[in-house]
Design a binder for this molecule. Structure first.
Ligand SMILES: [Zn+2]
Ligand SMILES: [Zn+2]
Ligand SMILES: [Zn+2]
Length: 762
């Protein structure tokens, strides 16, 4: 035993969370030295362990600072135990990693930091103009990790043995590159196949350039060159789908989009997501995001992005995922050259392997907190804490905008965006992601959870895979998963029921019909369907999803309005289409019953002659929202006439959109401005939601409302609902960190399954 217990305290500290690969050990080393403590710090399977000894007050200060951690760390817990003091303890040291098997979280990729940028722009620095500069505070992480613990041999940096100078920095606890796995320099590290100057010239010449980035290839071109943008659109088979933009700096961003303070913060965050914000540049918008009111903008994140702008690249670039429509982002040179050969006119490759493909994240700024639309690079695979214990589980999400999720203990790790799994290439990415994420988080699943929809590829895969592994296959109802994902991200307790409006395009219901306008009462473990949008027969199922005009015909039929008396509808139908569809509707042949709110948006968009066919999922709703946002002023009392009517049947509360359809037809006939009509439709729907919530509160006493499902990506509708519900004294839960769309399903499936709400698949 050492000195008097009162003068000296020795503690063993364990830190869990995102604590490896973020410079935690050098951080601890620095603080310990500053405070004059002795002891050591190391990594093991459970995170960071620290043994520290010193004056008791100072040890307390030390523990407080450990809680804060370095910039990129996310500390979940710090546990402290006292230990007998030691006499001959001298100085503070960093010890080697102890184990390969780990359960700590891998950090996401991070934009180049200010210190690295300064070095990169300093002509006498040895990393001057080096596109792969990185340090312990920045650079790739998740995309280069091949195993645990997060150490150079288990990253793709293993391909680049360090030169003497890099090794010195890597070994020096006082260096910003101490144990920074992406550490490299022009002598020993990765390199580009093309000079930066030639890339800049190509962009200025209006060429389409494929650029290998952090999480995959981007396709880039001068956004203000409409000919180049059009060529990119045509070659990518993109239809009218909007392109994301990368701007050289915040000032340029301010010239093209309206950014409030919150949006600015998100835009400049180290995750560097694409931020959707109202467009200020109609010319640019009509070329890169036709029919939208927003532009998706991001700031440079990889060092190469900065080098391009520094060297004179056009200050607004289209920067879209390097893939063909529907396929996942390309990550390796051979694949990119093959798949993008018909698109790109110049390829910028580098030789740092990308192990995990990771698309850019998309957030929506606006009133209230920013909302995730696509959670991927910069965020994945940060874990979500759970309010309950979960067995080891794997959830495979939905069919479109897919993500997967693994969970264990009280944490769930949601993958990066995978995409639309109807495509075989995307499906292979799903399989790879399952393998990677399970390994990195050491989750050997005891069951696989999927959506209940028997037509989903993900469900069929879950069934086969569970059988192969000899484990259970569980299913979760689509809209219950949406609600549960919202509850997890809002850290909602397990014992308080919520009333949810789960509105989307398509989700398989427990009665075998297609749901999408659901009112659910319940929590993680169980829900009751207490109401829904009135069911209409949708002629031709999937064909109707691509053709909003069919939704219009379905809703006209249900509202008993004769489609033949509406000139725009007659003008837009093919010969015979009207009579064929009318027959289908009258007999029910070839029709799918649906309560989808997404299809109601389609119907209104078509009736207002905004859009009759779509190029991408949700396009009609996006354009309707854009129009509605442009409405100068409306008479809010008129919105009442547009609200679906509240009724009751055996299923509970029914929202009957008959008045909405009648009002839409009347507006079109009267030549009302489309913007005003679209706005009245939004306001009317929000009123109906608020009225339904009040009616259900009277029945159940539940005072918290959750808004979830892809329809609530619509920020105008979300804001209107939130305002009306709050005016009626409801607590309102909306999505922030996990998307309201099907990108959130996997997390929700985990939560439902972990709390016993999933069904054993049969
Ligand atoms: Zn850095
Ligand atoms: Zn080097
Ligand atoms: Zn959905």
């Amino acid at each position: 035993m050492g000195e008097d217990q009162n003068d000296t305290r020795r503690v063993v500290i364990r830190v869990a969370g995102v604590v490896q690969g973020v410079g935690f050990r050098p951080f601890v080393y620095g603080v310990a030295n500053e405070l004059g403590l002795s002891g050591y710090v190391g990594n093991d399977a459970r995170g960071v362990f620290i043994v520290a000894q010193g004056v008791p007050d100072v040890v307390d200060d030390f523990i407080d600072r450990v809680w804060i951690g370095p910039t990129l760390a996310h500390v979940d817990s710090v546990t402290v135990e006292n230990a007998p003091t030691v006499d001959d303890d001298d100085g503070f040291a960093i010890v080697a990693s102890l184990s390969r098997i780990g359960s700590t979280s891998i950090p996401p990729d991070t934009a180049v930091c200010a210190d690295c940028l300064t070095e990169m722009r300093d002509p006498i620095d040895r990393r001057y103009a080096y596109p792969f500069i990185a340090c312990t505070n920045c650079g790739p992480r998740y995309t280069i990790v091949t195993g645990l613990p997060y150490d150079r041999p288990y990253t793709t940096m293993v391909d680049f043995p360090m030169c003497e100078l890099c090794q010195q920095e890597y070994d020096d606890p006082t260096s910003r590159r101490f144990h920074a796995q992406p550490t490299a320099c022009p002598v020993c590290g990765p390199s580009l196949n093309v000079e930066v100057a030639s890339v800049v010239q190509a962009l200025r010449d209006g060429l389409l350039v494929a650029i290998k980035g952090i999480g995959g290839y981007h396709l880039a071109c001068d956004a203000k060159n409409p000919v180049a943008v059009k060529r990119l659109r045509d070659r990518k088979c993109r239809g009218d789908k909007p392109f994301a933009l990368m701007v050289s700096n915040l000032d340029v961003a301010h010239q093209i989009v309206l950014l409030d303070e919150g949006a600015e913060v998100v835009l400049q965050s180290s995750a560097r997501p694409i931020v959707l914000a109202p467009s200020l540049d109609p010319v640019l918008q009509s070329s890169v995001a036709p029919g939208n009111s927003n532009l998706g903008v991001m700031l440079p994140s990889a060092p190469l992005n900065h080098l391009l702008f520094d060297a004179g690249a056009p200050d607004v670039l289209v920067m879209t995922s390097g893939n063909l429509s529907g396929e996942p982002i390309c990550i390796d040179e051979r694949e990119a050259t093959r798949r993008l050969s018909t698109v790109a006119e110049l390829f910028v490759h580098h030789n740092r392997r990308i192990h995990v493909a990771c698309d850019d994240s998309v957030l929506r700024a606006g009133s209230g907190p920013a909302q995730a639309i696509r959670r991927s690079r910069g965020y994945a695979p940060l874990p979500f804490p759970l309010k309950f214990e979960t067995p080891n589980l794997l959830a495979v999400g939905g069919e479109l905008k897919n993500t997967i999720c693994v969970a264990s203990g009280r944490q769930a790790w949601v993958s990066q965006h995978i995409g639309d799994t109807e495509n075989i290439e995307t499906f292979l990415m799903l399989e790879r992601t399952v393998a990677t994420l399970s390994e990195l988080q050491s989750v050997e699943p005891a069951a696989i959870v999927s959506d209940a929809n028997p037509a989903y590829h993900t469900r069929r895969w879950a069934e086969r895979e569970a059988e192969r592994r000899g484990i259970a296959h569980l299913t979760v109802q689509h809209h219950h998963a949406h609600l549960a994902s919202l509850l997890v991200e809002q850290d909602w307790p397990t014992d308080r029921a919520v009333l949810a409006f789960a509105f989307d395009g398509t989700g398989f219901g427990t009665d075998g019909s297609i749901w999408g306008g659901e009112m659910l009462l319940g929590s993680y473990d169980a829900v009751q369907r207490v109401g829904h949008l009135k069911v209409v027969p949708l002629p031709g199922g999937d064909a109707a999803i691509r053709r909003p005009l069919r939704s219009a015909l379905a809703h006209l039929w249900a509202a008993e309005v004769d489609a033949r008396e509406i000139p725009t509808i007659v003008a837009k139908t093919q010969p015979n289409e009207l009579s064929v569809i009318s027959r289908m509707l009258a007999t029910g042949t070839g029709c799918t019953a649906t309560s989808s709110v997404g299809r109601l948006f389609d119907a209104v968009a078509s009736l207002l002659d905004v859009r009759h066919d779509v190029d991408y999922e949700g396009q009609a709703a996006v354009e309707l929202e854009a129009l509605a946002s442009s409405a100068r002023s409306i008479a809010f009392e008129d919105a009442r006439m547009w609200a679906p009517r509240l009724a009751r049947d055996a299923d509970g509360l029914i929202l009957d959109p008959e008045p909405t359809i009648v009002a839409t037809v009347a507006a079109a006939r009267a030549g009302m401005s489309k913007a005003v009509a679209a706005r009245l439709f939004h306001e009317g729907l929000a009123s109906a939601i608020a009225d339904a919530a009040v009616a259900l509160r009277n029945l159940t006493g539940v005072t918290t409302v959750g808004l979830t499902g892809g329809v609530f990506v619509n920020s105008l509708l979300s804001a209107a609902c939130r305002a009306k519900l709050q005016r009626n004294n409801f607590t309102v839960l909306t999505h922030e960190r996990i998307p309201p769309n099907d990108g959130g399903l996997a997390l929700g499936q985990i939560a439902v399954a972990a709390t016993g709400g999933a069904k054993v698949a049969s």
